[in-house]
Design a binder for this molecule. Structure first.
Ligand code: 5GP
Ligand code: MG
Length: 194
């Protein structure tokens, strides 16, 4: 069994298996299909990270719907820059549409907040977010995410669309940074201590 995977200069370990991802995405797809029956939703996928999640999620949607893609940059290397450049690709007429934004991961929440503001400016009938992963302890602002795949610890993850410096997007499971453990605190006792 492979314990640790090297991507560029960092070691990662297995975190969420392909089977668990698929099972959860099936549930999300079923839930969204029920909630949006008769509403002809438009799924807006945030590239690049959400491409694999979106591909699998869309296969579980069994109601009439449309899919579109947007892109921007906000994350470099392993630290969020907290700056969202211009969002490109919003072409459809969003007015009075039911929108579901499909995101890979919500970390500080800054990116999704800005995407939501941009989408809402087109006056859609409703907007909700479907995120595969969320790091609740890393959130810097409250965000309402209706559909969440997994809540995870605030550590860097790769795989299943998510990259480390461009690599690892093709992996079919989620891996987490395998940081060396801090050495346990050592106490030195001398003979005359109780
Ligand atoms: P936020 O604005 O919420 O801090 O970050 C959102 C974006 O940063 C995500 O859409 C994703 O592209 C990227 N991101 C946040 N956390 C991680 C992570 O652990 N791994 C990777 N690969 N990207 C992340
Ligand atoms: Mg993203």
């Amino acid at each position: 069994m492979v314990v640790s995977v090297l991507i560029k200069d960092k070691k990662f370990k297995r975190y969420i298996s392909a089977e668990r991802l698929q099972k959860r995405i099936e549930e999300l797809g079923r839930q969204i299909s029920e909630d949006y029956a008769g509403k002809n939703p438009l799924f807006i996928v945030v590239l690049n990270g959400a491409f694999m999640f979106a591909a699998d999620l869309m296969r579980e949607i069994d109601i009439p719907s449309e899919v579109s893609f947007i892109k921007f940059t906000s994350y470099q290397n392993m630290h969020s820059t907290g700056v969202v450049d211009q969002i490109i690709g919003v072409e459809e007429d969003l007015r009075n549409r039911h929108i579901v934004i499909v995101e890979d991961i919500i970390d500080t929440g800054i990116t999704i907040t800005e995407v939501l503001a941009e989408i809402k400016s087109y006056q859609p009938a409703s907007v909700e977010v479907a995120a595969l992963l969320i790091k609740p302890q890393a959130l810097l602002r409250p965000v309402a995410v209706k559909y969440v795949g997994f809540e995870i610890e605030p550590k860097f993850v790769v795989g299943y669309g998510l990259d480390y410096d461009g690599y690892g997007r093709n992996l079919c499971e989620i891996l987490i940074l395998d940081e060396p453990q801090k050495p346990a605190e050592t106490k030195i006792w001398t003979a005359d201590q109780p």
